[in-house]
Design a protein around this ligand. Structure first.
Ligand code: TYD
Length: 156
């Protein structure tokens, strides 16, 4: 099972989209194994967005991520990183396909509702950055045998 990080950005909280967005991931079949509200800081954003540090929008991006708290979620599932990323849609909400979270809930490149990890390697680093070990919960969702085949669950 893969774990991936989702951040519901300040705009999701301010616009009352938190429940709807989390509900989409739940309904798809992803298991929520960690969740918390956090006020992000310059320090954690410098790490999290290090790959964008030389971009002209870096300062404004960080300001937008500190404008209100975020909701950090860790979801688990088979190939969860790619599934969650596809559900978020293209970075720029105006270009994101309808049916994706960004394509349904935003019109902006920066105010684009969610952050999702972009690779299995980065997901591991990001989950670690936002969650302590004891903040992630291990349980076997009772729905799994009805969501996955036995080989997908690694039970064969
Ligand atoms: P990036 O990691 O490229 O995209 P994604 O969030 O889809 O993984 O960019 C991180 C965030 O930076 C993005 O969610 C919104 C912001 N951003 C801008 O504000 N302007 C831009 O031109 C781009 C590309 C991103």
């Amino acid at each position: 099972m893969e774990k991936t990080l989702v951040l519901l950005k300040p705009g999701a909280l301010q616009r009352g989209l938190v429940g709807e967005v989390i509900s989409r991931f739940e309904k798809r079949g992803l298991s929520l194994i960690g969740i918390k509200m956090m006020q992000l800081t310059d320090e954690i954003l410098n790490e999290h967005y290090a790959h964008l540090a030389d971009k002209p929008f870096f300062g404004k991006l960080k300001d937008s991520m500190m404008a209100a708290p975020v909701i950090a979620c860790c979801f688990e599932g088979v190939e969860a990183v790619a599934v969650v990323r596809a559900m978020a849609g293209a970075t720029n909400g105006r270009q994101a396909a309808p049916g994706t979270i960004r394509g349904d809930y935003c019109m902006s490149n920066q105010q684009n509702v969610v952050h999702t990890s972009d690779s299995v390697e980065n997901a591991a680093v990001e989950v670690n950055r936002f969650f302590k070990k004891e903040e992630l919960f291990k349980y076997s969702p009772m729905s799994w045998p009805f969501q996955y085949s036995t080989d997908e669950l690694g039970n064969d």
